[in-house]
Design a binder for this molecule. Structure first.
Ligand SMILES: *Cc1c(COP(=O)(O)O)cnc(C)c1O
Length: 392
């Protein structure tokens, strides 16, 4: 017999979802109203404004797509590309590979610029590719590569795109609210994110933003967008609301309550403070990891504070460690992905998960589990090293 599901209470320190503030889940439990109810329309307007704040943009077309980050990715590609177009795609981890898939499924050609996993995208290679392909329409890259924890220079790459008359298309699913991001200042033309990383919302919504240049391209397409659901020409009618909202699809009303509350919380904290918070707790975590004798995949300069790829000590079965953390400490950390599968753990410090309690819990638990297994680490040092950072 099925009965009510009671999820275990976990601490989420993987690559997302992250811990959700009870204010957000509380907001999601409010009564469902109609998606064309004037009260909901007012909420949508506020969400748009709050997203403009989070992205640092005045872009009118700044909206939450009613589906997870992958749908935000797809919405950018299917709207901006037409069959026969060319796109330069940077790959330094899993998500650049997915961008390629998107380009090819649009009937366009992907010119790949590859960098080692764990390294940022190399602007010199990008420039060479743009020079070699003057007919390219856009440059796509991942700002915050969640599969490795590397941060790429979105400002420089976006400027390069414009130097060669391309649009810049940026994945900042993990970047938004975790590290500096300035959509207007960096002249990013199209960007997508997700709710379950540094915004600390349940998964399922993807904020996107399209600048004027991108909107022009979308409006002047000669072929229909291959996806009816993600066609911005249709979605704009729903979100623009100039002549009254028209029905496109039923918005996930309660999820929007949650996104709204998480953005209100972000505004209360302040964007710059949110970036500083991530950097600060990363320092403490890194001190503990290093005191244990473990290393990082990404060089300090390019490291994302919110996603830490940590090396696994010799002879340790990494999945057993994750299972012990989950079973004995209710703590989730992430496994390696793609080229880093089996080689790293990914420890997330995203949004609500990025706090002193979690840093100390994670270091203490990892230390205990590895020590129990007889792993070659410096036992009993990690928590004190982190505490020393907190003590200043
Ligand atoms: C998580 C993530 C995605 C995909 O988001 P989903 O919500 O899982 O669909 C895309 N790109 C990056 C960099 C991510 O971290």
């Amino acid at each position: 017999m099925s009965s009510t599901f009671h999820p275990p209470k976990r601490t989420l320190m993987g690559p997302g979802p992250s811990d959700v503030n009870p204010r957000v889940t509380g907001a999601m439990g409010a009564p469902t109203i109609g998606h064309l109810d004037p009260a909901f329309v007012g909420l949508m307007d506020e969400i748009k404004e709050l997203l403009q704040y989070a992205f640092q943009t005045k872009n009118q077309l700044t909206i939450p797509i009613s589906a997870p980050g992958s749908a935000g990715m797809e919405s950018c590609f299917v709207n901006l590309l037409e069959p026969g177009d060319k796109a330069v795609v940077c790959q330094n981890g899993v998500f650049g590979g997915r961008m390629r898939e998107n380009v090819e499924r649009c009937g366009a050609e992907a010119i790949m610029v590859e960098d080692e996993w764990g390294k940022p995208v190399d602007p010199n290679k990008v420039e060479a590719a743009l020079q070699a392909h003057p007919d390219a329409k856009l440059l796509a890259f991942v700002h915050a590569e969640t599969s490795t924890g590397a941060r790429s220079d979105a400002q420089t790459l976006s400027a390069l795109a414009h130097k060669y008359d391309c649009l810049s298309l940026v994945d900042s699913v993990t970047g938004l609210a975790g590290v500096e991001l300035d959509v207007d200042g960096w002249e990013i033309d199209a960007i997508y994110s997700g709710t379950q990383k540094c915004l600390s919302c349940p998964p399922g919504i993807s904020p996107v933003s399209f600048g004027e240049r991108a909107v022009e391209v979308i409006k002047n397409r000669t072929t229909k967008v291959q996806s009816w659901f993600l066609d911005m020409n249709l979605v704009m009618g729903y979100w623009d609301g100039k002549g009254g909202r028209t029905y496109h699809h039923t918005a996930p009303v309660n999820s929007m309550y949650g996104l709204h509350e998480s953005l209100v919380i972000l505004k209360e904290i302040g964007l710059e403070n949110s970036w500083a918070k991530h950097a600060f707790h990363h320092e403490a975590l890194a001190a503990g990891i290093e005191a244990m004798g473990l290393g990082f995949v990404v060089d300090k300069e390019y490291r994302l504070p919110q996603l830490n790829s940590v090396t696994i000590p010799e002879g340790v079965e990494e999945a057993k460690v994750r299972a012990a953390l989950l079973n004995n400490y209710n703590l989730e950390i992430g496994a390696g992905l793609g080229a880093l599968a089996g080689k790293v753990w990914r420890i997330g410090l995203m949004g609500e998960s990025c706090c002193k309690t979690n840093v100390l819990l994670c270091l203490g638990a990892l230390d205990a589990v590895l020590t129990d297994m007889g792993a070659p680490i410096n036992s009993g040092k990690a928590v004190a090293a982190a505490q020393a950072v907190y003590a200043g």
